[in-house]
Ligand binder design. Sequence first.
Ligand code: SF4
Length: 396
Amino acid sequence: MATVGMGVYVHWPYCPSKCAYCDFNAYLLPRREDAFSSYTAALVAEIRQAQRDGELTSPLTTAAFGGGTPTLFPAGDLLRVLAELRGVGLQAGAEVTVEANPGDLSATALRDLAQAGVSRLSIGAQTFSDRLLGAIGRLHTAEDVVQAVQAAKAAGLARLNLDLMYGLPEQTEADVEEALNRSIALDVGHISAYALELEPATVFGRRARQGKLALPSEAAVVAMGDRIEARLTEAGYRRYEFSNYARPGQESQHNQAVWQRGRYRGFGAGAHSFLGERRFWNLASPELYARRLAEGQSVVAGEEDVSELAMGEWVYLSLRTLVIDRERFRQDFGRAWSDVFPAATAWALDEGWLLEAGPCLLVPPGRRWLLNQVAAPFLEEGRRRPGTLTPSAETG
Ligand code: SF4
């Protein structure tokens, strides 16, 4: 079992332009010159507030900086926040991941990040087709991705992830194949491959409603996903979550803890936190977020008690990792799996959605596209038997 502790997430909400598919809490770069510094000061204030309120349990085992585009902020701001996290328990040697866009990574900034203990860089490549990059609203080129990977390696950042997307408008299987080949050739340890999800409040969402988006068929998207799994497996990557592939030892510890319902505290505009039974989220507007913190006020916008959903949520997250570890379930909830989910398990085994493998249940290849369908009976059965996490589940 992992050591007791928790992860932290820091959200940087600005981007130079908005991608056509983006539904994240991200805004165009602000005009006000002091916007970055006041946002950074607010992050520091929120970290101190959380520490004062007893929401941080030392050690902090992982940190992830996401956005938006964290690397758009001056490296000094990011390092200031990192130093603050060290002051409230971020372990020496902890996994520290920073998301980055190719094209805005200077060699100096990368060196500063590496020296400050950033151990992992997640680069938003998306595709290696300049035609598609332009169509989805990205400002970088395929060549920028290559240079970003080389610069990161030269700066000593050995743990690298490339984000890829499939199911994009007018994307072909050949485009996907090229993205896979070039990513593998760059010899990164981790590749995330996300299927496009159409969100209503995005440029793509609007175009789809107007019938102006040429999306690949569902069958073509499934074929792309299957091809990604086959090609990456052949190249030595293991699919350890629905959208994530890693070479041995290169898995994201931060994300793995989240998928195991480990606790994390999120800082920044719109950031979500999960502290065992309680989930809460911050105000989305970066300006309002910074103003409230400057006035010493809370920035929590909403919260929910998730204790009744705990078991079903545990199953859902496990399904995403394609493995249900029944022994870990017993450790986390103090209950036998067979007592809690007898009907859903029998149904899933009968229908071939799950396979028995010792203490684990596995999602077999070919059944990985319909996880929501598999999860539904477990969510229902778990809701009828609400459970409480035992302290051993409070791990990072
Ligand atoms: S870079 Fe990421 S966060 Fe920024 S607009 Fe594009 S998808 Fe959204």
